[in-house]
Design a protein around this ligand. Sequence first.
Ligand code: NIG
Ligand code: FE
Length: 414
Amino acid sequence: MPSLLIKNIGMLATAYGVSAKGGSKQGEILTYQNAYIVADDDKIVSVGQGQIPDEFLCADKVIDAQGKLVTAGLVDAHTHLVFGGWRENELALKLHGVPYLDILAQGGGILSTVRSTRKASEDELFQKTANVLDTMLSLGTTTCEAKSGYGLNFENELKQLTVTKRLNESQPIDLVSTFMAAHAVPEEYKDNREGYISLIIDEMLPYVAQNKLAEFCDVFCETGVFSSEESKRILSAAQKYGLGAKIHADEIDPIGGSVLAGEIGAVSAEHLIVCPDDGIASMAKGGTIACLLPATSFYLGATFAPAKKMIEAGVPVAVASDFNPGSTPNLSLQLAMNIACYRYRMTPEEVLTAATLNAAAAIGRAEHIGSIEVGKQADLLIWNADNLNFIFYRYGNNLVNTVIKNGKIVKENR
Ligand code: NIG
Ligand code: FE
């Protein structure tokens, strides 16, 4: 007897497959009317439309979707989840036109969050982040990537990674951990950046890999942060330790990050606001996913990444929140999806793929999540909407009604 039947689904909309989709495939999704989904335990065992076969009617739990839209759970492939404090003081600076990189160069920005994160205890960080995740869950995020990078020394990077690990074990959202000690050069290494890079490569990376504290490594490749050459050294070392490579590239200045991403076969390159054509070509060649963060462009008042150009070049585009205390204090992936639609001019179908299947691929999970298909994890959302277009049109509200994780209801918003 199956454990779950969701019946009376007005529209089921889903990407399909087990790998990222670019080109015209990014906008090709499956839709079913008058549909049903059957799960047994944590897995989807049947998806169909019309008459429900008798064998499924006796499921332990039956949910009537009342004609609403159902999609796969949202996958947030880029967040800086665990941090101490906030940075609302930077809003005034921003309004006065002080550039993001100037705030960082003056010891603020990321470095101010490093000070707050170092000060916070592991339990304080745990509790604060548990509250954040609870909100994310109600907004429909069922899997979330989490970067370190506010510790910037052995003890505090480890503290962030440990909080992520504990949270992964204690609340419904699956967390995928990324090691990002190369988020900035800490103040104590200001005059010895080589020393900090060696600390990352020779001490932190081997420990993180050995203790399975992260699956990916990320570097902030940017003017005044890490050069393309330095990023290459750090990411190549990470790859030798079996970690997948990610790179914050072309966010503010195009200093070669996206070209490097393609060359080293990075799983994803992130931001790409000012990505040049040779960067797009390199990512297409290297099979790198473009993980775009439209809420960051919105909040920074920056331009928007050339998403359509990337899709046309065959680069799969993922869309994520970039939740962090500086450049995007927003944790709603729904809002990021809406902005992607309005400002990148991606279609609802392309954005759905971006925030589910392509996002899953960007964190190495596309075989298990990101679409509603037999064999995949039963991570599902019932929306307060009758069709896919509606959730892209009605921005600004939480339109998720019910969140199902691993075949169980974990949130009901009403
Ligand atoms: O992805 N750009 C680098 N890292 C974050 C911002 C971190 C911060 O400002 O605290 C980002 O935008
Ligand atoms: Fe980021």
